[in-house]
Design a protein around this ligand. Sequence first.
Ligand SMILES: NC(=O)c1ccc[n+]([C@@H]2O[C@H](COP(=O)([O-])OP(=O)(O)OC[C@H]3O[C@@H](n4cnc5c(N)ncnc54)[C@H](O)[C@@H]3O)[C@@H](O)[C@H]2O)c1
Ligand SMILES: O=C/C=C/C=C(\O)C(=O)O
Length: 479
Amino acid sequence: MFDQVSHFIGGVPVAEGPLFPVYDPVTGTVVRQVHEADRAVVDRAVSAARTALPAWAALPVAERARWMRRLADAIEERFEDLVAVEIADTGKSISQTRTLDIPRGAANFRAFAEIAAQRPESTYHLPGALSYTVRKPLGVVAVVVPWNLPFLLMTWKLGPALVAGNTVVVKPSENTPGSAAVLAEIAAGIGLPPGVLNVVHGFGGGSTGQFLVEHDGVDAVTFTGESRTGSSIMRSVADRVKPVSFELGGKNAGVVFADADLEAAVEGAVRSVFTNGGQVCLCTERLYVERPVFEEFADRLAERAGHLVFGRPQDENTTMMPMISAEHRDKVLSYYDLAKTEGAKVLAGGGVPAFGDDRDGGYYVEPTVLTGLPAESRVNREEIFGPVCHITPFDAEAEAVALANDSEYGLAATVWTTDLSRAHRVAQRLDAGLVWVNTWYLRDLRTPFGGVKLSGIGREGGVHSLDFYSEPTTITIKL
Ligand SMILES: NC(=O)c1ccc[n+]([C@@H]2O[C@H](COP(=O)([O-])OP(=O)(O)OC[C@H]3O[C@@H](n4cnc5c(N)ncnc54)[C@H](O)[C@@H]3O)[C@@H](O)[C@H]2O)c1
Ligand SMILES: O=C/C=C/C=C(\O)C(=O)O
Protein backbone atom coordinates (compact mmCIF):
# COMPACT_ATOMS: atom_id res chain seq x y z
CA MET A 1 0.00 0.00 0.00
CA PHE A 2 1.29 3.40 -1.06
CA ASP A 3 4.66 2.89 -2.71
CA GLN A 4 4.15 6.53 -3.62
CA VAL A 5 2.12 8.98 -1.53
CA SER A 6 0.26 11.84 -3.25
CA HIS A 7 -1.29 14.98 -1.87
CA PHE A 8 -5.09 15.09 -1.62
CA ILE A 9 -6.58 18.34 -2.92
CA GLY A 10 -10.20 19.12 -3.80
CA GLY A 11 -11.17 15.48 -3.35
CA VAL A 12 -8.57 14.00 -5.71
CA PRO A 13 -4.96 12.72 -5.45
CA VAL A 14 -2.29 15.13 -6.70
CA ALA A 15 1.00 13.43 -7.55
CA GLU A 16 3.17 16.51 -7.89
CA GLY A 17 6.50 17.60 -6.44
CA PRO A 18 9.83 15.89 -5.89
CA LEU A 19 9.77 12.53 -4.14
CA PHE A 20 11.35 11.95 -0.73
CA PRO A 21 11.75 8.62 1.09
CA VAL A 22 10.12 7.41 4.28
CA TYR A 23 12.12 4.80 6.18
CA ASP A 24 10.94 1.76 8.13
CA PRO A 25 12.29 2.40 11.67
CA VAL A 26 12.56 -1.35 12.27
CA THR A 27 15.11 -2.01 9.51
CA GLY A 28 16.12 1.41 8.18
CA THR A 29 14.94 0.45 4.69
CA VAL A 30 12.79 2.68 2.45
CA VAL A 31 9.09 1.92 2.97
CA ARG A 32 7.58 4.45 0.57
CA GLN A 33 8.24 7.59 -1.48
CA VAL A 34 6.28 10.80 -0.88
CA HIS A 35 5.65 13.88 -3.05
CA GLU A 36 6.79 17.16 -1.46
CA ALA A 37 4.37 20.06 -1.90
CA ASP A 38 5.85 23.38 -2.99
CA ARG A 39 4.19 26.76 -2.53
CA ALA A 40 2.07 26.31 -5.64
CA VAL A 41 0.67 22.97 -4.47
CA VAL A 42 0.03 24.39 -1.00
CA ASP A 43 -1.77 27.32 -2.64
CA ARG A 44 -4.01 24.93 -4.58
CA ALA A 45 -4.86 23.08 -1.36
CA VAL A 46 -5.72 26.30 0.49
CA SER A 47 -7.81 27.48 -2.49
CA ALA A 48 -9.71 24.18 -2.54
CA ALA A 49 -10.42 24.55 1.19
CA ARG A 50 -11.58 28.15 0.65
CA THR A 51 -13.90 27.12 -2.19
CA ALA A 52 -15.49 24.37 -0.07
CA LEU A 53 -15.87 26.54 3.04
CA PRO A 54 -19.18 28.38 2.45
CA ALA A 55 -21.26 25.27 1.75
CA TRP A 56 -19.61 23.26 4.53
CA ALA A 57 -20.03 26.08 7.07
CA ALA A 58 -23.66 26.51 6.08
CA LEU A 59 -24.56 22.90 6.88
CA PRO A 60 -26.50 22.38 10.11
CA VAL A 61 -24.17 21.11 12.83
CA ALA A 62 -26.23 17.91 12.96
CA GLU A 63 -25.35 17.26 9.30
CA ARG A 64 -21.64 17.82 9.89
CA ALA A 65 -21.89 15.54 12.92
CA ARG A 66 -23.34 12.86 10.64
CA TRP A 67 -20.32 13.24 8.34
CA MET A 68 -18.02 12.76 11.38
CA ARG A 69 -19.83 9.54 12.30
CA ARG A 70 -19.52 8.34 8.69
CA LEU A 71 -15.79 9.00 8.82
CA ALA A 72 -15.58 7.00 12.03
CA ASP A 73 -17.50 4.10 10.50
CA ALA A 74 -15.29 4.15 7.41
CA ILE A 75 -12.16 4.20 9.56
CA GLU A 76 -13.37 1.01 11.19
CA GLU A 77 -14.01 -0.53 7.77
CA ARG A 78 -10.39 0.28 6.78
CA PHE A 79 -9.06 -0.66 10.24
CA GLU A 80 -6.51 -3.25 9.09
CA ASP A 81 -5.15 -0.97 6.32
CA LEU A 82 -4.69 1.84 8.84
CA VAL A 83 -2.98 -0.52 11.31
CA ALA A 84 -0.62 -1.78 8.58
CA VAL A 85 0.33 1.64 7.26
CA GLU A 86 0.84 3.16 10.73
CA ILE A 87 3.11 0.25 11.72
CA ALA A 88 5.06 0.51 8.46
CA ASP A 89 5.76 4.22 9.07
CA THR A 90 6.49 4.05 12.80
CA GLY A 91 7.60 0.52 13.73
CA LYS A 92 5.20 0.57 16.66
CA SER A 93 3.73 -2.66 18.02
CA ILE A 94 0.57 -4.13 16.53
CA SER A 95 -0.91 -4.43 20.01
CA GLN A 96 -0.60 -0.68 20.65
CA THR A 97 -1.64 0.27 17.11
CA ARG A 98 -4.76 -1.88 17.34
CA THR A 99 -5.76 -0.78 20.85
CA LEU A 100 -4.73 2.90 20.90
CA ASP A 101 -3.61 4.61 17.71
CA ILE A 102 -6.30 3.56 15.23
CA PRO A 103 -9.30 3.12 17.58
CA ARG A 104 -8.75 6.65 18.85
CA GLY A 105 -9.10 7.86 15.25
CA ALA A 106 -12.69 6.66 15.11
CA ALA A 107 -13.27 7.73 18.72
CA ASN A 108 -12.08 11.27 18.03
CA PHE A 109 -14.55 11.77 15.20
CA ARG A 110 -17.41 10.22 17.18
CA ALA A 111 -16.64 12.19 20.34
CA PHE A 112 -16.72 15.54 18.60
CA ALA A 113 -19.83 14.64 16.62
CA GLU A 114 -21.66 14.18 19.92
CA ILE A 115 -20.04 17.11 21.74
CA ALA A 116 -20.97 19.48 18.92
CA ALA A 117 -24.46 18.09 18.36
CA GLN A 118 -25.31 18.23 22.08
CA ARG A 119 -23.70 21.56 22.84
CA PRO A 120 -26.32 23.87 24.43
CA GLU A 121 -26.72 27.42 23.18
CA SER A 122 -26.74 30.29 25.68
CA THR A 123 -28.89 33.40 26.11
CA TYR A 124 -28.42 36.23 28.60
CA HIS A 125 -31.27 38.33 29.97
CA LEU A 126 -30.99 41.94 31.15
CA PRO A 127 -33.96 44.14 32.05
CA GLY A 128 -35.21 45.22 28.66
CA ALA A 129 -32.59 43.35 26.69
CA LEU A 130 -31.70 39.88 25.48
CA SER A 131 -28.22 38.72 24.52
CA TYR A 132 -27.25 35.52 22.75
CA THR A 133 -24.21 34.17 20.94
CA VAL A 134 -23.80 32.56 17.56
CA ARG A 135 -20.58 30.71 16.71
CA LYS A 136 -19.00 30.78 13.26
CA PRO A 137 -16.08 28.67 12.06
CA LEU A 138 -12.61 30.23 11.89
CA GLY A 139 -12.45 29.42 8.15
CA VAL A 140 -9.54 27.51 6.56
CA VAL A 141 -7.49 25.82 9.29
CA ALA A 142 -3.93 24.50 8.87
CA VAL A 143 -3.47 21.24 10.80
CA VAL A 144 0.23 20.48 11.34
CA VAL A 145 0.95 17.27 13.23
CA PRO A 146 3.90 15.13 14.43
CA TRP A 147 5.13 11.57 13.89
CA ASN A 148 4.67 9.95 17.27
CA LEU A 149 0.93 9.18 17.24
CA PRO A 150 0.24 10.18 13.64
CA PHE A 151 -3.37 9.07 13.16
CA LEU A 152 -4.51 9.76 16.73
CA LEU A 153 -3.16 13.29 16.80
CA MET A 154 -4.32 14.22 13.30
CA THR A 155 -7.90 13.07 13.96
CA TRP A 156 -7.86 14.73 17.41
CA LYS A 157 -7.66 18.00 15.52
CA LEU A 158 -9.78 17.13 12.47
CA GLY A 159 -12.86 16.05 14.44
CA PRO A 160 -13.56 19.39 16.14
CA ALA A 161 -12.20 21.54 13.30
CA LEU A 162 -14.53 19.95 10.73
CA VAL A 163 -17.63 19.59 12.90
CA ALA A 164 -17.31 23.29 13.83
CA GLY A 165 -17.64 24.14 10.12
CA ASN A 166 -14.02 24.77 9.13
CA THR A 167 -12.31 23.30 6.12
CA VAL A 168 -8.77 22.05 6.61
CA VAL A 169 -5.38 21.52 5.04
CA VAL A 170 -3.42 18.84 6.90
CA LYS A 171 0.37 18.61 6.86
CA PRO A 172 1.37 15.26 8.38
CA SER A 173 4.93 14.65 9.56
CA GLU A 174 7.42 13.86 6.78
CA ASN A 175 8.21 10.70 8.74
CA THR A 176 4.67 9.34 8.84
CA PRO A 177 2.52 10.20 5.82
CA GLY A 178 0.76 6.87 5.40
CA SER A 179 -2.28 7.04 7.67
CA ALA A 180 -3.17 10.53 6.41
CA ALA A 181 -3.11 9.11 2.88
CA VAL A 182 -5.52 6.37 3.91
CA LEU A 183 -7.77 8.94 5.59
CA ALA A 184 -7.83 10.89 2.32
CA GLU A 185 -8.97 7.73 0.51
CA ILE A 186 -11.61 7.21 3.19
CA ALA A 187 -12.89 10.78 2.80
CA ALA A 188 -13.13 10.37 -0.97
CA GLY A 189 -14.80 6.99 -0.52
CA ILE A 190 -17.64 8.33 1.59
CA GLY A 191 -18.09 11.35 -0.68
CA LEU A 192 -16.98 14.00 1.81
CA PRO A 193 -17.52 17.23 -0.17
CA PRO A 194 -14.32 17.96 -2.16
CA GLY A 195 -12.07 20.55 -0.53
CA VAL A 196 -13.37 20.02 3.02
CA LEU A 197 -10.34 17.86 3.82
CA ASN A 198 -7.06 18.44 1.98
CA VAL A 199 -3.68 16.81 2.71
CA VAL A 200 -0.27 18.11 1.59
CA HIS A 201 2.99 16.32 2.32
CA GLY A 202 6.47 17.67 2.85
CA PHE A 203 8.85 18.96 5.47
CA GLY A 204 8.56 21.79 7.96
CA GLY A 205 10.72 24.92 7.99
CA GLY A 206 11.48 26.17 4.47
CA SER A 207 9.10 23.56 3.07
CA THR A 208 5.45 22.60 3.00
CA GLY A 209 4.69 23.18 6.68
CA GLN A 210 6.02 26.72 6.68
CA PHE A 211 4.41 27.52 3.30
CA LEU A 212 1.08 26.37 4.73
CA VAL A 213 1.05 28.26 8.03
CA GLU A 214 2.29 31.42 6.32
CA HIS A 215 -0.31 31.29 3.53
CA ASP A 216 -2.61 34.32 3.56
CA GLY A 217 -5.57 32.06 2.87
CA VAL A 218 -5.06 30.17 6.14
CA ASP A 219 -7.15 31.68 8.94
CA ALA A 220 -5.83 29.66 11.90
CA VAL A 221 -3.19 27.08 12.80
CA THR A 222 -3.50 24.08 15.06
CA PHE A 223 -0.11 22.51 15.70
CA THR A 224 1.32 19.64 17.68
CA GLY A 225 5.07 19.27 17.86
CA GLU A 226 8.23 20.60 19.41
CA SER A 227 8.15 23.81 21.44
CA ARG A 228 10.79 25.42 19.26
CA THR A 229 8.69 24.64 16.19
CA GLY A 230 5.77 26.29 17.90
CA SER A 231 7.91 29.40 18.33
CA SER A 232 8.77 29.31 14.61
CA ILE A 233 5.11 29.03 13.67
CA MET A 234 4.21 31.89 15.99
CA ARG A 235 6.71 34.05 14.12
CA SER A 236 5.27 32.90 10.80
CA VAL A 237 1.72 33.93 11.70
CA ALA A 238 2.47 36.96 13.90
CA ASP A 239 1.82 39.59 11.24
CA ARG A 240 -1.68 38.25 10.60
CA VAL A 241 -2.35 37.56 14.30
CA LYS A 242 -3.78 34.17 13.35
CA PRO A 243 -5.34 32.12 16.16
CA VAL A 244 -3.04 29.26 17.20
CA SER A 245 -3.63 26.14 19.24
CA PHE A 246 -0.31 24.61 20.31
CA GLU A 247 0.29 21.18 21.87
CA LEU A 248 4.03 21.26 22.42
CA GLY A 249 6.83 19.50 24.23
CA GLY A 250 7.09 18.26 27.79
CA LYS A 251 9.52 17.13 30.49
CA ASN A 252 6.94 15.42 32.61
CA ALA A 253 7.46 14.56 36.28
CA GLY A 254 6.18 11.64 38.29
CA VAL A 255 6.07 11.88 42.12
CA VAL A 256 5.99 8.64 44.12
CA PHE A 257 5.29 8.87 47.86
CA ALA A 258 6.31 6.19 50.37
CA ASP A 259 2.66 5.45 51.06
CA ALA A 260 1.96 4.61 47.40
CA ASP A 261 0.91 1.16 46.23
CA LEU A 262 4.46 0.48 45.07
CA GLU A 263 3.60 -2.23 42.55
CA ALA A 264 1.00 0.05 40.98
CA ALA A 265 3.53 2.90 40.90
CA VAL A 266 6.16 0.70 39.25
CA GLU A 267 3.65 -0.62 36.72
CA GLY A 268 2.43 2.91 36.09
CA ALA A 269 5.99 4.13 35.57
CA VAL A 270 6.72 1.30 33.13
CA ARG A 271 3.76 2.52 31.07
CA SER A 272 4.41 6.24 31.42
CA VAL A 273 8.14 6.01 30.69
CA PHE A 274 8.26 3.34 27.95
CA THR A 275 4.94 3.46 26.07
CA ASN A 276 5.50 4.10 22.35
CA GLY A 277 9.24 3.91 23.05
CA GLY A 278 8.88 6.97 25.30
CA GLN A 279 7.80 8.93 22.23
CA VAL A 280 4.65 10.38 23.75
CA CYS A 281 4.50 14.02 24.86
CA LEU A 282 2.85 12.83 28.09
CA CYS A 283 5.62 10.36 28.97
CA THR A 284 7.44 10.64 32.29
CA GLU A 285 11.14 11.54 31.96
CA ARG A 286 11.66 12.72 35.56
CA LEU A 287 10.72 10.58 38.57
CA TYR A 288 10.89 11.82 42.18
CA VAL A 289 10.58 9.03 44.78
CA GLU A 290 10.29 9.45 48.54
CA ARG A 291 13.54 8.18 50.10
CA PRO A 292 12.18 5.25 52.15
CA VAL A 293 11.05 3.50 48.96
CA PHE A 294 13.59 4.97 46.54
CA GLU A 295 15.92 1.96 46.31
CA GLU A 296 13.13 -0.58 46.00
CA PHE A 297 11.25 1.47 43.41
CA ALA A 298 14.39 2.13 41.34
CA ASP A 299 15.43 -1.53 41.41
CA ARG A 300 11.98 -2.74 40.38
CA LEU A 301 11.64 -0.21 37.55
CA ALA A 302 15.13 -1.06 36.27
CA GLU A 303 14.30 -4.75 36.38
CA ARG A 304 11.07 -4.20 34.42
CA ALA A 305 12.93 -2.05 31.87
CA GLY A 306 15.30 -4.93 31.25
CA HIS A 307 12.40 -7.23 30.42
CA LEU A 308 10.65 -5.10 27.78
CA VAL A 309 10.29 -7.14 24.59
CA PHE A 310 12.11 -6.03 21.42
CA GLY A 311 9.95 -8.15 19.14
CA ARG A 312 8.94 -7.15 15.65
CA PRO A 313 5.86 -4.93 15.38
CA GLN A 314 3.65 -7.85 14.28
CA ASP A 315 4.56 -9.92 17.37
CA GLU A 316 1.78 -9.69 19.94
CA ASN A 317 4.33 -9.71 22.80
CA THR A 318 6.34 -6.75 21.54
CA THR A 319 6.55 -3.90 24.07
CA MET A 320 9.50 -1.90 22.77
CA MET A 321 9.55 0.00 19.47
CA PRO A 322 12.33 1.78 17.58
CA MET A 323 12.84 5.52 17.48
CA ILE A 324 11.18 7.14 14.48
CA SER A 325 14.37 8.02 12.64
CA ALA A 326 18.14 7.68 12.70
CA GLU A 327 18.30 11.38 13.59
CA HIS A 328 15.99 10.97 16.58
CA ARG A 329 17.78 7.77 17.66
CA ASP A 330 21.05 9.69 17.64
CA LYS A 331 19.45 12.51 19.67
CA VAL A 332 18.29 10.05 22.34
CA LEU A 333 21.69 8.31 22.43
CA SER A 334 23.41 11.68 22.81
CA TYR A 335 21.55 12.12 26.12
CA TYR A 336 22.55 8.61 27.19
CA ASP A 337 26.18 9.53 26.52
CA LEU A 338 25.77 12.89 28.27
CA ALA A 339 24.32 11.19 31.34
CA LYS A 340 27.28 8.82 31.54
CA THR A 341 29.74 11.67 31.00
CA GLU A 342 28.08 13.59 33.83
CA GLY A 343 28.48 10.59 36.14
CA ALA A 344 24.98 9.18 36.18
CA LYS A 345 24.39 5.73 37.60
CA VAL A 346 22.86 3.62 34.81
CA LEU A 347 20.38 1.24 36.46
CA ALA A 348 19.16 -0.18 33.12
CA GLY A 349 19.98 0.20 29.42
CA GLY A 350 22.09 3.11 28.22
CA GLY A 351 22.95 1.74 24.82
CA VAL A 352 21.75 0.04 21.63
CA PRO A 353 20.40 -3.53 21.50
CA ALA A 354 22.15 -6.03 19.16
CA PHE A 355 19.78 -8.32 17.28
CA GLY A 356 22.00 -10.06 14.74
CA ASP A 357 19.33 -9.54 12.07
CA ASP A 358 17.91 -6.78 9.82
CA ARG A 359 16.78 -4.83 12.88
CA ASP A 360 20.39 -3.85 13.44
CA GLY A 361 19.74 -1.45 10.54
CA GLY A 362 16.81 0.07 12.42
CA TYR A 363 16.66 2.83 15.02
CA TYR A 364 16.41 0.94 18.31
CA VAL A 365 17.76 2.12 21.67
CA GLU A 366 17.69 0.36 25.04
CA PRO A 367 15.05 1.36 27.60
CA THR A 368 17.09 3.26 30.15
CA VAL A 369 16.81 4.14 33.85
CA LEU A 370 19.23 6.69 35.29
CA THR A 371 19.90 8.21 38.69
CA GLY A 372 22.53 10.34 40.40
CA LEU A 373 22.37 13.51 38.31
CA PRO A 374 21.60 16.98 39.68
CA ALA A 375 18.37 18.84 38.89
CA GLU A 376 20.29 21.23 36.63
CA SER A 377 21.57 18.46 34.36
CA ARG A 378 20.38 18.75 30.76
CA VAL A 379 19.10 15.19 31.16
CA ASN A 380 16.68 16.57 33.77
CA ARG A 381 15.81 19.76 31.92
CA GLU A 382 15.56 19.01 28.21
CA GLU A 383 12.94 16.87 26.48
CA ILE A 384 14.62 13.66 25.26
CA PHE A 385 11.48 12.00 23.88
CA GLY A 386 12.78 8.44 24.22
CA PRO A 387 12.49 5.39 26.52
CA VAL A 388 14.42 6.94 29.38
CA CYS A 389 13.85 8.43 32.82
CA HIS A 390 15.96 9.81 35.64
CA ILE A 391 14.98 9.02 39.26
CA THR A 392 15.73 11.39 42.16
CA PRO A 393 14.97 10.73 45.87
CA PHE A 394 13.18 13.34 48.00
CA ASP A 395 12.42 13.69 51.70
CA ALA A 396 9.47 16.10 51.99
CA GLU A 397 6.30 16.80 50.03
CA ALA A 398 7.17 20.47 49.48
CA GLU A 399 10.58 19.43 48.13
CA ALA A 400 8.93 17.01 45.67
CA VAL A 401 6.53 19.68 44.40
CA ALA A 402 9.39 22.17 43.99
CA LEU A 403 11.48 19.61 42.09
CA ALA A 404 8.57 18.66 39.82
CA ASN A 405 7.74 22.31 39.08
CA ASP A 406 11.38 23.23 38.38
CA SER A 407 10.96 22.98 34.61
CA GLU A 408 10.38 25.22 31.59
CA TYR A 409 7.67 22.80 30.57
CA GLY A 410 4.31 22.08 32.15
CA LEU A 411 2.35 19.49 30.20
CA ALA A 412 1.65 16.40 32.33
CA ALA A 413 2.49 14.89 35.70
CA THR A 414 1.68 11.78 37.73
CA VAL A 415 1.27 11.46 41.50
CA TRP A 416 1.36 8.09 43.30
CA THR A 417 0.02 8.06 46.87
CA THR A 418 -2.74 6.41 48.90
CA ASP A 419 -3.24 9.57 50.96
CA LEU A 420 -6.38 11.16 49.47
CA SER A 421 -5.77 14.63 50.88
CA ARG A 422 -2.17 14.59 49.68
CA ALA A 423 -3.26 13.43 46.23
CA HIS A 424 -5.52 16.47 45.79
CA ARG A 425 -3.10 18.87 47.49
CA VAL A 426 -0.07 17.89 45.43
CA ALA A 427 -2.01 17.59 42.15
CA GLN A 428 -3.31 21.15 42.57
CA ARG A 429 0.18 22.47 43.30
CA LEU A 430 1.81 21.01 40.20
CA ASP A 431 2.40 23.43 37.29
CA ALA A 432 1.00 21.22 34.56
CA GLY A 433 -2.00 21.11 32.27
CA LEU A 434 -2.70 17.47 33.09
CA VAL A 435 -2.16 15.56 36.35
CA TRP A 436 -2.92 11.86 36.71
CA VAL A 437 -3.17 10.37 40.23
CA ASN A 438 -2.46 6.64 40.62
CA THR A 439 -2.84 6.18 36.88
CA TRP A 440 -1.49 7.55 33.58
CA TYR A 441 -2.97 8.51 30.22
CA LEU A 442 -6.53 7.76 31.24
CA ARG A 443 -8.43 10.00 28.85
CA ASP A 444 -11.87 11.61 28.92
CA LEU A 445 -12.07 13.39 25.57
CA ARG A 446 -14.40 16.00 27.04
CA THR A 447 -11.73 17.39 29.37
CA PRO A 448 -9.41 20.29 28.53
CA PHE A 449 -6.09 18.94 27.21
CA GLY A 450 -2.91 20.99 26.89
CA GLY A 451 0.06 22.43 28.70
CA VAL A 452 1.50 25.55 30.29
CA LYS A 453 4.83 27.33 29.84
CA LEU A 454 6.78 25.85 26.89
CA SER A 455 4.24 23.02 26.63
CA GLY A 456 1.66 24.91 24.70
CA ILE A 457 -1.00 27.54 24.13
CA GLY A 458 -4.68 26.80 24.66
CA ARG A 459 -6.66 23.70 25.42
CA GLU A 460 -8.33 21.19 23.14
CA GLY A 461 -10.83 18.58 24.21
CA GLY A 462 -14.60 18.68 24.54
CA VAL A 463 -16.14 22.12 24.14
CA HIS A 464 -12.67 23.64 24.54
CA SER A 465 -11.88 22.41 21.03
CA LEU A 466 -15.13 23.85 19.67
CA ASP A 467 -14.28 27.16 21.35
CA PHE A 468 -10.93 27.27 19.54
CA TYR A 469 -12.29 26.23 16.15
CA SER A 470 -15.07 28.82 16.15
CA GLU A 471 -15.61 32.51 16.91
CA PRO A 472 -18.61 33.68 18.95
CA THR A 473 -20.62 36.74 18.05
CA THR A 474 -22.60 38.20 20.95
CA ILE A 475 -25.84 39.81 19.82
CA THR A 476 -27.86 41.98 22.17
CA ILE A 477 -31.40 43.02 21.32
CA LYS A 478 -33.32 45.81 23.06
CA LEU A 479 -36.72 44.34 23.96
N1 LIG B 1 1.64 18.36 23.55
C1 LIG B 1 1.23 17.37 22.78
O1 LIG B 1 0.04 16.98 22.77
C2 LIG B 1 2.21 16.68 21.88
C3 LIG B 1 1.80 15.52 21.24
C4 LIG B 1 2.72 14.84 20.42
C5 LIG B 1 4.02 15.32 20.23
N2 LIG B 1 4.37 16.47 20.85
C6 LIG B 1 5.73 16.98 20.68
O2 LIG B 1 6.14 16.84 19.31
C7 LIG B 1 7.55 16.62 19.27
C8 LIG B 1 7.86 15.41 18.41
O3 LIG B 1 7.20 15.55 17.16
P1 LIG B 1 8.01 16.10 15.89
O4 LIG B 1 9.45 15.73 15.97
O5 LIG B 1 7.25 15.73 14.66
O6 LIG B 1 7.87 17.68 16.11
P2 LIG B 1 8.32 18.81 15.07
O7 LIG B 1 8.01 20.09 15.71
O8 LIG B 1 9.69 18.55 14.55
O9 LIG B 1 7.34 18.60 13.80
C9 LIG B 1 5.94 18.59 13.96
C10 LIG B 1 5.29 18.96 12.63
O10 LIG B 1 5.60 20.31 12.34
C11 LIG B 1 6.16 20.43 11.05
N3 LIG B 1 7.07 21.57 11.10
C12 LIG B 1 8.35 21.58 11.52
N4 LIG B 1 8.87 22.83 11.45
C13 LIG B 1 7.86 23.63 10.95
C14 LIG B 1 7.75 25.02 10.64
N5 LIG B 1 8.78 25.86 10.81
N6 LIG B 1 6.57 25.50 10.15
C15 LIG B 1 5.51 24.65 9.97
N7 LIG B 1 5.56 23.32 10.23
C16 LIG B 1 6.73 22.82 10.73
C17 LIG B 1 6.81 19.09 10.82
O11 LIG B 1 7.03 18.85 9.45
C18 LIG B 1 5.80 18.15 11.45
O12 LIG B 1 4.75 17.90 10.55
C19 LIG B 1 7.99 16.42 20.71
O13 LIG B 1 8.54 17.63 21.21
C20 LIG B 1 6.70 16.14 21.45
O14 LIG B 1 6.74 16.52 22.80
C21 LIG B 1 3.51 17.16 21.69
O1 LIG C 1 2.19 12.55 22.34
C1 LIG C 1 1.24 13.18 22.83
C2 LIG C 1 -0.04 12.60 23.03
C3 LIG C 1 -1.17 13.33 22.98
C4 LIG C 1 -2.40 12.68 23.19
C5 LIG C 1 -3.61 13.30 22.95
O2 LIG C 1 -3.67 14.50 22.38
C6 LIG C 1 -4.88 12.64 23.29
O3 LIG C 1 -4.85 11.55 23.90
O4 LIG C 1 -5.93 13.21 22.94
